[in-house]
Design a protein around this ligand. Structure first.
Ligand code: PLP
Length: 217
């Protein structure tokens, strides 16, 4: 199957309320261009340098999403163009994004990443840390940050009940957050292996790589 067929097949089965982020990390420009030609415009990368090189070379109407863990010293390289940063998990990173966004006279959309998986290696906040950030004076003063919602990654397991439970937990955190921040509208959860469950549990944004572009090296 071609990239175009994969992309169209996935889109056909997603509710219209769910945004598809085509995760193009490690994939060459030509492959991204192929997806672009179907009309798709939202792509996700997990390394700032790689994303910036692709932004420079590829059409400027692509919305680039940073889905990986971000080091603070890399924010400046994407502040001019990044469309949404998914993996924000500290007030210090938020402060840096706010500062760099201001330099470019823009506001940057962000998602706060929650730790929902069993694995300790996955980044993210717990509920307490989330509430601590949201209620902090420092966060309230950030004029160039636009909080859009939450993101999370389920445990890498074949146990579907566990994945579902983790997504339900994230959805609950999202609804709780929305009570105080009714403007948030994005819940980024679901990848190639688990996006069906994620959508059933209320995802509004799925990040899909290998099911569109094939396995990565
Ligand atoms: C790579 C990646 C994805 C996509 O993974 P696939 O299994 O290839 O769909 C989604 N989210 C994040 C954060 C990733 O790093």
């Amino acid at each position: 199957m071609s990239v175009k067929e994969n992309l169209n097949g996935i889109k056909k089965n997603l509710p219209p309320t769910v945004t598809l982020v085509a995760v193009s990390k490690t994939k060459p420009d030509a492959v991204i261009q192929e997806a672009y030609e179907t009309g798709h415009r939202v792509f996700g990368e997990n390394k700032v340098q790689e994303m910036t090189q692709k932004w420079e070379r590829l059409p400027k109407d692509i919305a680039w999403h940073m889905i990986g863990h971000v080091q603070r010293n890399k924010v400046k390289y994407m502040a001019q163009y990044v469309s949404l940063i998914h993996g924000v998990d500290s007030i210090r990173l938020l402060a840096e994004i706010d500062k760099q966004a201001k330099k470019h006279h823009r506001t940057i959309d962000v998602l706060l990443q929650m730790h929902i998986a069993e694995e300790e290696t996955k980044f993210g906040l717990d509920r307490e840390e989330l509430n601590h950030i949201l209620s902090s004076e420092e966060f309230k003063q950030m004029r160039n940050i636009n909080l859009r919602g939450l993101m999370g990654m389920a445990t890498f397991t074949k146990d579907k009940a566990q994945i579902r439970k983790e997504f339900q937990h994230l959805k609950k955190c999202f609804e709780e957050t929305r009570q105080k921040h009714p403007e948030i509208d994005t819940l980024s959860m679901g990848m190639s292996g688990d996006h069906h469950i994620a959508v059933e549990e209320g995802s509004t944004m799925v990040r899909i790589g290998s099911s569109i572009f094939g396995a990565r090296n």
